[in-house]
Design a protein around this ligand. Structure first.
Ligand SMILES: *Cc1c(COP(=O)(O)O)cnc(C)c1O
Length: 404
């Protein structure tokens, strides 16, 4: 297991080894077929093995797999990103979301000369020392609030506030020492899907700026997912620094940190904040990202929205007639079914879910040929390849799974 969120400890049974994917489907080593709602934990918004992406990838690989020098593809991907996000003038490409958030914090600290960071309970920002405090799905599934091996001197620089809690945030922002930044998942998707309550994101920006702190939106999941310009486009707010990952690599390792030029210019070689990466801007990886984001026009987002709506409505009907207590929370093509609760607004609500009921549901979904992540605290990801037939199949299996 090379990433703990793939383990089945919380649901029981043996993880399937997946050997092939195409469109909305994956196959395991025993030849079983599944409709895939994991989509590699988000990157595969165009579905598995999209022909345009594969074609461009094989051409790119034939030209060479890396140069350690600037190449045109990384510029094309960077231009697509900057065009999609009104708050980004410049962007630095990196290799993982963890690296993106690590760099974002360093920029914020470099820009403000302050050390303290504020994050939200249940938001996940990768496995950086300073951000592994009350960090959502992985630690929630394993039942540990934060990681061993993080020196107290580092974790004490991180303050944690409840998601969607404006008063809590305001108090933390005004506390001493003054914070360098607030980092937030503008659509929380690592404690299950939890949308920001109306006005929350606007307040985060307004209050942070009042005390001279930067606002970092971690859009590693929501970027190019809930709209082309991410949550910032969907909700009409702007961050100072934005982190991207997942979709912008189209299944290969690409992530990014971007923002206004005054911040990104702080990075080496133009500025004093050090950051580097042997594989940053890798031409093969950037080709997968560039081809994937090329497929994401307005029509693509309308499709994702309507498929998400159809799946949500179908699930709601099933839930209403089955009488089980499950709530569905969805933002575009991201959704979660929370068992045993009526609404989830923060990590405390998420922690009150009935994980045993989720585990029973999970086993029935898998046995019925629907691949969902093995945790109550993860999102379902729809792709452009999930059509009516796949949604019908998901609903049919879910109806059975929720009926008994
Ligand atoms: C996945 C994720 C990360 C970490 O990205 P990696 O590429 O796994 O390091 C960071 N933030 C959010 C919101 C994520 O969903």
């Amino acid at each position: 297991m090379n990433s703990p969120v793939r383990a089945w400890g919380a649901v029981g049974g043996e993880p399937r080894f997946l050997v092939r994917g195409r469109g909305a489907y994956v196959w395991d080593a025993d030849g079983n077929e599944y409709v895939d709602l994991v989509c590699a934990f988000g990157p595969l918004i165009a579905g598995h093995a999209h022909p345009d992406v594969l074609h461009a990838l094989s051409n790119a690989a034939r030209r060479g797999t890396g140069f350690g020098a600037p190449n045109p593809v990384e510029i094309e991907l960077a231009e697509a990103i900057v065009e999609a996000f009104a708050s980004m003038e410049k962007v630095r490409l990196v290799t993982s979301g963890t690296e993106a958030t690590m760099t974002a914090l360093r920029i914020a600290r470099g820009a403000t000369g302050r050390a303290r960071i504020i994050k939200f309970d249940g938001n996940y920002h990768g496995h950086n020392d300073g951000l592994l405090v009350r960090a959502g799905s992985g630690s929630a599934t394993l039942g540990v609030p934060s990681s061993a091996g993080v020196p107290e001197g580092i974790s004490e620089l991180t303050s944690v506030v409840d998601y969607n809690d404006i008063e809590g945030l305001e108090a933390s922002l005004r506390a001493d020492p003054p914070p360098a930044a607030v980092i937030v998942e503008p659509v929380a998707a690592n404690m299950g899907v939890v949308p920001p309550v109306p006005g929350f994101l606007e307040k985060v920006v307004e209050l942070a700026h009042e005390v001279g702190a930067l606002v970092i939106f971690d859009e590693v999941i929501s970027g190019f997912r809930v709209a082309r310009g991410g949550a910032q486009e969907r909700y009409g707010v702007h961050a100072d620094i934005t982190c991207l990952g997942k979709v912008i690599g189209g299944g290969l390792p690409v992530a990014a940190v971007g923002g206004r030029a005054e911040y990104i210019d702080l990075l080496a070689p133009t500025g004093p904040v050090y950051q580097a990466g042997t594989l940053s801007g890798n031409p093969v990886a950037c080709t997968a990202g560039r081809e994937t984001v090329r497929l994401l026009d307005e029509a693509a987002y309308a499709t994702l929205e309507s498929r998400g709506e159809r799946l949500e409505n179908g699930l709601r009907e099933i839930i209403a007639s089955s009488g089980v207590e499950v709530c569905v929370q969805r933002v575009g093509s991201l959704m979660t079914l929370f068992f045993g609760v009526s609404e989830v607004r923060d990590f405390r609500d998420a922690s009150a879910t009935d994980t045993a009921a989720f585990a029973r549901f999970f086993r029935k979904m898998i046995d019925g040929g629907i691949n969902i992540a093995p945790s109550q605290f993860e999102a379902w990801f729809l792709s452009l390849a999930h059509g009516d037939a796949e949604i019908d199949r998901i609903l049919e299996v879910a109806a059975h799974a929720l009926s008994s």
